[in-house]
Design a protein around this ligand. Structure first.
Ligand code: SF4
Length: 1014
């Protein structure tokens, strides 16, 4: 530091480091009068502004947008290989695929290497090439040759593949466009500046420098009047042992639940120790606010630092201290801060955050992205192939997702109360016919926030952005830090919007870009009621590794380096197509991911004055074991006698015994204390008795069955049930309770078995009604089939047309997708085919009662209690005998009478109706039948084999359903007896989960049931 005044210019890696350098100089009393201290990029920009030709630097976002526009241009554009006519082009959505590593495939698809999860779009490959290569003679010559039609392998294109030439040509076109726009690439400026700069001696120091890039090297060698000294950052060769006097400890939370709790423990212990010593932290640190600007998202400088509203003065911490006692360098500091800060603040500590958060993780980002997805016309467009259905195109309703609008409505940017947002969500979900255009029109009219966000999301409207900025500033009920974060996110979107507009792209392109951006976040929180002005720095600073490293050596007492897993910090460089292309042009990689990680780790090792704590979570969020990152392994090796040995580190911590001293461990078993981030016993706020399961309490027993309102308004106080309720209870008492009494129904209007069943029942009812009214026939016979089919077609058409006019509570059947339309057509086909089956069914009987209310508006007695219900159909013969028919879409084995041999009752609905009909209509029931109109037409249930011929019941397992050895009435009496016993249990509050068969559990809504089977 004392030598810095010997230089005119001190250049650092980034703005953070430049700011930290200036602060250290100021703290150590070193004058920087007349010395330029800046990041290299910012210095070049300044030089260009002073000596350049007036063109402005293009930003990363603008570069990517312009290249994307070039990719999306007409097919005869510059990214087409003139020989093959193939288009070496990808756009963000359609052309991604994973091919061989790190090359541009012959079809022009650029693929990412191992370091990337998906293939890069060609625009981004080109952008990476431009950023690294433009301004270098070999690259510029290759671009020029490609534009002039020189074939691959010739001239400056030696080593370049045919597929790479169109990319270079596209870059040439991009550079021409840039010149038209009066803009310039930083690499071009760097190449031009030596000619333009005044040739006067200049002492330049590159402090803490990474290896110079080819562009930097070319620049400095073209400026011989500059006296350049490069001080390489330490640590490139690998970690060294921690400085003398710094205690090294390792922390191993066993999983993600224990991770924040252990880090909070570490911070608390460290702060306690510091307070005990009564010593102020020793060296300089940069508090969140005073640290100055953080690097912006697109390389431009931006300052989004902000402070929380609570500041404080805490016992054991002297005011005015300039260093954080504990610094935590985490992979995702914003997430860690969110978890640990509230607990630490409650315990009286001041905690600060400096980090970056993904745009989509900010409140504004989440809200605008949700709204953009909702409004985006093209969402879920195209056709997809579905087995059995063929190619299906999405309908309008499928193109938008209700959850997207609900996410927006529940955000602070909807201007809606929570109640209104939930109502909007419930209304949308309860109505399958809700149209996006209607919802938008309604919201636009009532809600100025929606109107502004819609204009921003669809048109990138500047005025809308200004309105939203004003709205955020008015949100004074939120902390200043929160508002600053949202404004940063808004500005990020504006930058992406500006770039998209410059390139002539639409909102989709801007949203694609902004979703990859991060915004700087910074805040400080302290116990309520304390005076923040008294604080120079926080007790705990949570930040990322790079920022922590930039603060300099001795910047904290305790440095916790978190997340040291190979997953969080992979050492491999991404091998993508841009890298391969640059290598073909001889542009070498100046730096590597491993070298960068080593330099940062070295700086972190030297950041602590007292303790260096290295943390690795033993298991990741999928509970898979983690592995130490390379630098952690290298650091551990520094302390081992033989780094090639394996026995000494063959343990879960991968540590030799000497480093296991003072290890910090935390398991995941203590769920509550892990969640509360404290081992202190929680005070009892309220004691809630464990809820009764499997039984209804004696006080609530009278409510097991609610009073019924009969036709005419009479209220029936005594328990009154329907056959379907009884059948449901017999199937499983707890399922009955959940479905019928708790009504665990979804909010969404469905298109499922219930709606299909109601549609089929209503259509069949209407069909038979018209059979007798229009055709004067009660029964379908083989001779009547042609007329019956015509009638059925008419009935189905009318019922389909009626559905949208029904109330949601009437289980209307509204198809909203192509698949659902086909399902409805399939149902219609099934009902039409059913007529052939019907013509053979019970030829000696005829339908007489349709949708028959067995209680005739009141309630009838059954099994000692009241009962009401509607039988689908009752067929009667000329002898006064009847068969109860219950329509089913599908039938299982439980419908057959034969299941009683297995000691269970099986399905009882039709048998209950049969018994009631015997009493009320005076008919003699001889069958209780379940008739399936589904794909496989069949019958099940019970019938009197002495009365009904087997041939009159086609597709039935007669031996399972026939009752021939005793009167059919015995079956009805026996069923009533069993039902009576079950109803006693029900009314006594017995609702234990007791599935009659594993099948009962199949569609049961009680997801956490301990008795679930199958
Ligand atoms: S999961 Fe099975 S046992 Fe449990 S309530 Fe549902 S049906 Fe009954």
């Amino acid at each position: 530091m004392d030598t810095s005044i010997a230089y005119d210019v001190v250049l650092l890696l980034d703005t953070d480091r430049a700011v930290a350098y200036r602060k250290r100089a100021a703290d150590s009393g070193c004058s920087l009068m007349g010395v330029t201290v800046a990041a290299f990029g910012a210095w070049v920009r300044d030089l260009w502004e002073l000596y350049g030709d007036g063109r402005t630097f293009v930003s990363r976002l603008e570069r990517e947008a312009l290249l994307r526009a070039a990719c999306e241009g007409p097919a005869e554009g510059c990214c087409v290989d003139p020989k093959s006519g193939k288009r070496a082009q990808l756009d963000g959505a359609s052309g991604r695929c994973e091919l061989a590593e790190g090359r541009i495939a012959d079809d022009g698809v650029a693929s990412a290497g191992a370091g990337e999860t998906g293939a890069l779009g060609l625009d981004r490959v080109a952008a990476a090439c431009v950023a690294a290569g433009v301004g270098l003679p070999a690259f510029d010559a290759a671009v020029q040759d490609a534009q002039q039609g020189v074939p691959a392998g010739a001239g400056a294109l030696e080593g370049v593949t045919c597929a790479e030439v169109p990319v270079l040509r596209m870059i040439g076109g991009y550079l021409d466009r840039l010149a038209q726009l009066g803009m310039i690439e930083p690499g071009q400026a760097l190449a031009l500046l030596p000619e333009l700069l005044p040739q006067r001696p200049l002492h330049v120091l590159l402090e803490d420098a990474a290896p110079l890039t080819p562009g930097q090297e070319t620049f400095f060698s073209a400026c011989p009047w500059m006296d350049v000294e490069v001080r390489a950052a330490s640590g490139s060769q690998g970690p060294v042992r921690a400085p003398e006097g710094v205690r090294v400890r390792f922390a191993f939370p066993s999983g993600q639940y224990a991770w924040p709790a252990l880090l909070a423990d570490i911070a608390r212990d460290a702060l306690g120790a510091a307070a005990d010593r009564g010593a102020a932290p020793a060296a300089v640190a940069v508090p969140a606010a005073a640290a100055g600007p953080a690097a912006g998202d697109d390389g431009a400088s931006s300052c989004e630092d902000a402070f929380g509203d609570a500041d404080g003065c805490r016992v054991g911490r002297s005011a005015g201290t300039q260093a954080a006692a504990v610094m935590v360098a985490a992979k995702d500091p914003a997430a860690l801060f969110g978890r640990v800060a509230p607990a630490l603040v409650r315990q009286g500590h001041v905690v600060a955050l400096r980090g970056r958060r993904r745009f989509v993780d900010t409140s504004f980002g989440r809200a605008i992205c949700s709204l953009h997805r909702f409004l985006d016309d093209g969402q879920a467009g195209g056709a997809s192939h579905i087995e059995g259905y063929g190619d299906i195109a999405a309908t309008d309703v499928e193109r938008w997702n209700r959850a997207d609008l609900a996410d927006w409505a529940l955000s602070p940017f909807s201007g809606m109360t929570k109640k209104a947002a939930f109502k909007l969500d419930a209304d949308m979900r309860a109505d399958r016919t809700a149209r996006r255009s209607n919802l938008c029109a309604r919201l636009r009219a009532d809600n100025p926030m929606f109107a502004a966000m819609e204009r921003l999301a669809l048109q990138l409207d500047d005025q809308a952005a200004a309105e939203l900025e004003a709205a955020v500033r008015r949100m004074t009920n939120r902390s200043e830090a929160w508002r600053a974060e949202q404004l940063a996110a808004l500005r990020a979107l504006q930058r992406a919007a500006g770039a998209a507009k410059l390139a002539g792209l639409g909102a989709d392109a801007a949203f694609d870009q902004v979703q990859r951006l991060k915004v700087s976040v910074s805040r400080i929180v302290a116990p309520r009621g304390c005076d923040g002005a008294a604080f120079g720095a926080p007790d705990v600073l949570v930040t990322d590794q790079n920022t922590a490293a930039s603060l300099g050596s001795g910047s904290c007492e305790v440095c916790v380096v978190a997340d040291l897993t190979s997953g969080a910090y992979p050492a491999a460089d991404p091998e993508d197509a841009s890298r391969v292309l640059l290598e073909h042009l001889g542009v070498k990689r100046a730096d590597s991911a491993l070298a960068r990680m080593r330099r940062v780790f070295f700086a972190l090792e030297h950041a602590a004055t007292d303790q260096l704590i290295l943390e690795r979570c033993l298991n990741d969020s999928s509970a898979d074991p983690t592995y130490p990152c390379v630098v952690l392994e290298e650091f551990v090796d520094c302390y081992r006698d033989d780094p090639t040995a394996t026995e000494d580190i063959d343990n879960p911590y991968s540590l030799p015994e000497r480093l296991q001293d003072g290890m910090l461990l935390r398991g995941e078993d203590a769920l509550c204390s892990n969640d509360a981030l404290s081992d202190a016993p929680a005070s009892v706020a309220a004691r809630i008795e464990r809820p009764l399961t499997g039984a209804v309490s004696s006080e609530a027993r009278s409510l097991v069955v609610l009073p019924r309102v009969l036709q005419g308004g009479q209220v029936l106080d005594e328990p009154c049930l329907s056959p379907s309720q009884i059948e449901s209870y017999l199937e499983c008492p707890y399922k009955w309770f959940a479905q019928r009494r708790l009504r665990l129904d979804d909010l969404d209007e469905e298109f499922g078995p219930l709606e299909m069943g109601d549609f089929a029942h209503n259509a069949l009812h209407s069909f038979y009604k018209h059979m007798s009214e229009d055709l004067g026939e009660a029964k379908v016979t083989p001779q009547l089939l042609p007329q019956a089919r015509e009638l059925m077609a008419d009935v189905l058409a009318r019922h389909k047309a009626l559905q949208p006019h029904l109330r949601q509570s009437e289980n209307r059947l509204i198809p909203t997708s192509q698949v659902e339309h086909r399902e409805l057509a399939e149902l219609e086909r099934k009902l039409m085919d059913y007529l052939d089956f019907e013509a053979e069914l019970l030829p000696t009987f005829a339908p007489k009662y349709l949708e028959y209310d067995v209680a005739c508006g009141g309630a009838v007695d059954y099994a000692g209690h009241k009962l009401l219900g509607t039988a689908d159909r009752i067929d009667v013969d000329g002898e006064g005998r009847c068969a109860i028919i219950d329509y089913k879409g599908s039938i299982s084995g439980s419908y057959a009478l034969g299941v009683r041999e297995e000691g269970r009752l099986g399905k009882v609905q039709a048998l209950i109706y049969a018994q009631v009909v015997r009493r009320t209509l005076g008919l003699e029931p001889v069958g209780a039948l379940y008739v399936c109109y589904g794909r496989r037409k069949m019958i099940s249930g019970a019938y009197d084999g002495r009365v009904i011929e087997n041939a009159h019941l086609p597709n039935m397992r007669h031996k399972d359903c026939m009752c021939a050895d005793r009167p059919f009435s015995d079956v009805l009496d026996e069923t009533e007896e069993a039902v009576a016993a079950a109803l006693e249990r029900m009314l006594a509050g017995d609702i234990r989960p007791r599935p009659e068969t594993p099948e009962a559990c199949k569609w049961c809504p009680v997801s956490s049931c301990p008795e679930r089977r199958g």
